[in-house]
Every structure is written in C-alpha cells, then in structure tokens.
Write a new protein. Structure first.
Length: 81
C-alpha cells in the first residue's frame, strides 16, 4: 500500500472514531462547543486530555484531543473569514 493510501486510511479511521466520540458526548448532554464563552474551557480541556492520554495511554483521551483541536480550528477558521 502506498504512503498516501496509508495516510488516507488512517485519517478516515480516525475521523470515524472522532465522530463516534462526538455523538456519544452529545447524547450525554455535552453541547455548546461553538459558544464563544466556551473557547477557553475547550483549550484547557484539550491540554488536560493530552496529559491524560500521555500518562495513561487512554485512547478516548486521544480522540478527545483531536475533537477539541477541531473545535479550536473551527474558531480560527471563522475568525479568518
């Protein structure tokens, strides 16, 4: 398999895990990721989850880090428009 195909497959698989985790959190009542008042808290949670992932090897925390990074990325994109 080519390097490109391996990268595409990895991103696709990770995106599936990210979406599943986001939907699970939504069902638990988590919302407001796009609320401007939540931005600092999102950045704090990203750092906390990254630390937990490093310390424990926690797969859910790794996916949470990616989702929180996506949220911050969306903020940056909106600010650039």
């Amino acid at each position: 398999m080519s390097e490109r195909k391996k990268l595409e497959a990895a991103v696709d698989a990770f995106a599936v895990a990210m979406k599943a985790r986001l939907l699970s959190k939504l069902k638990q009542g988590w919302s407001g990721w796009d609320d401007p008042h939540q931005r600092a808290g999102i950045a704090d949670r990203l750092l906390k989850n990254a630390s937990q992932a490093r310390e424990r090897g926690d797969e859910k925390s790794l996916v949470d880090v990616a989702n929180l990074a996506m949220m911050l990325w969306m903020w940056k994109r909106r600010a650039g428009r």
